[in-house]
Write a protein that binds this ligand. Structure first.
Ligand SMILES: *Cc1c(COP(=O)(O)O)cnc(C)c1O
Length: 446
């Protein structure tokens, strides 16, 4: 079957033919319970058979609108034609040699593309790994090697992964670190900028963060400060203007490596290639993963050459890091972003969908804030007239939407936000359909 035929079968519309989850999904879910541990929790137990652009088709034949995209991975849409073609072709040529044993060109091409797009002056070099958490781990390793210092500064509401180091870096100890200790040392967590809740200007919030780090860690012990320009898991928190530039300037003065964790917000998600560009900051290291290879596992650690060059030969890498098929897919992702002008599409989505969400905010007093950029938007749900989180209502809204064929996901330290990660190809028609389902859900849960 050609890819054209597969694609032709999936129309870009919501279509339900059974209840959700349907009987076949439920049957597989029962099998799964015997062989997959509950720690690998599935938020929405619908089993997906096929997908294209913004629509996923489950094993019962229901078509759902995917506003989660595997948490911001299928940024340029499911089964993008060029990505599928590039991966298929590479798969038939060579699947693995191990880049640190025998090399191949697609790895070099991805590194060139990341260097080209890195928002900073000078030369950038890239190490490729498999996952976001591995990108964070390696960012920390590289910063420590460069500075000769141990300390890692992170922010409140941060999320950086589920490996041993990164689970200690997350704000949420439960469920990510609870019971898996001892937790990693030399991690210092500072207050972030969360304008809705702290009411501080960027300058005030930066002062608070810096004071905290100077008192708890001491700048001279810090190897790096790692920030998500728009916090993902933390609830799509957008820092106040001036916050990130002030932190970057402080890092520069004190020889601390400024790392932008762009794992969720990067790769055209926010209407710019990297979210940090919204704030005019040039990070020392940029971490990418989720959206970089259209769904194939790949992550990048892209940093200033003088920082990246400190490691000894063999000090960096991993068996599967920068797999050729993933690299070929990533090259296609970069090409599609340019060819289809997906940065502009991100801005279109920010407008159409953002306007729709702001309209809902004017109708429902439980929506305390609409925030984010481009195709990375969230609403915060509170008890009406307060800033008290209402996680129960968030769950009820997501449940209602799921049963009606719209896949949504929560976020936030207290489960207070609903995050939207549509593909950059999602049509205005589908975006407005999502808004109308949300309106029904908000009404039904009032
Ligand atoms: C998802 C995420 C990670 C971890 O990525 P994995 O691929 O799940 O290991 C790290 N940082 C941020 C900001 C993320 O959103």
């Amino acid at each position: 079957m050609s890819s054209d035929m597969l694609e032709a079968e999936i129309t870009q519309e919501r279509k339900l033919i059974t209840e959700i989850p349907g009987p076949r999904s439920q049957e597989i879910h029962e099998r799964r319970k015997k062989v997959v541990p509950p720690g690998v929790h599935t938020v929405f137990p619908v089993y997906i058979e096929r997908a294209h652009d913004s629509i996923v088709v489950d094993v019962d034949g229901n078509q759902l609108i995917d506003v989660c995209g595997g948490i911001g991975v299928t940024t340029i849409g499911h089964t993008d034609e060029a990505v599928v073609e590039a991966a298929r072709e590479q798969l038939g040529k060579v699947t693995h040699t191990l880049f640190t044993m025998n090399a191949y060109e697609p790895y070099v091409r991805v590194a060139e593309l990341l260097a080209e797009h890195a928002p900073g002056q000078g030369d950038y070099k890239t190490l490729l790994m498999n996952s976001g958490a591995e990108a964070v781990e390696n960012g920390v390793k590289i910063a420590r090697k460069h500075t000769g210092r141990p300390g890692v500064a992170v922010l409140e509401h941060a999320y950086h992964g589920r490996t041993m180091l990164t689970s200690s870096m997350n704000h949420k100890g439960s469920p990510y670190a609870l019971g898996y200790g001892p937790r990693a040392g030399d991690i210092y967590r500072a207050p972030n900028s969360h304008p809705l809740h702290d009411g501080l200007t960027g300058a005030e919030a930066a002062k608070r963060t810096i004071n905290h780090l100077e008192k708890t860690a001491g700048a001279a012990d810090l190897a790096c400060l790692i920030v998500e320009p728009v916090q993902g898991e933390g609830g799509f928190v957008v820092p106040a203007d001036g916050y990130l530039p002030a932190l970057a300037a402080w890092c520069k003065e004190n020889g601390i490596v400024f790392i932008a964790d762009e794992v969720q917000a990067g790769m055209a998600r926010t209407g710019k290639m990297f979210a940090i560009e919204h704030f005019g900051v040039e990070p020392d290291i940029i971490l990418t993963a989720k959206g970089i290879a259209g769904g194939l596992p790949l992550s990048g650690i892209t940093g200033r050459a003088e920082i990246m060059d400190k490691s000894l030969p063999g000090g960096l890498g991993g068996t599967f890091g920068g797999n050729p098929v993933s690299c070929a897919a990533a090259v296609a992702v970069f090409e599609q972003i340019e060819k289809l002008d997906l940065l502009a599409e991100g801005q279109r989505i920010g407008k159409t969908f953002g306007d729709g969400l702001r309209q809902l905010q004017s109708e429902f007093d439980c929506i305390a804030e609409v925030r984010g950029f481009g195709a990375m938007l969230a609403i915060e749900i509170t008890k009406p007239g307060t800033l008290e989180p209402d996680a129960e209502r968030v769950s009820a809204i997501i449940d209602y939407a799921g049963k009606n064929g719209v896949i949504l996901l929560s976020a936030g330290l207290y489960g207070e936000a609903i995050r939207f990660l549509p593909s950059l190809k999602m049509t205005d028609e589908l975006l407005l359909d999502v808004v109308s389902v949300l309106r029904e859900a908000l009404t039904a849960t009032a």
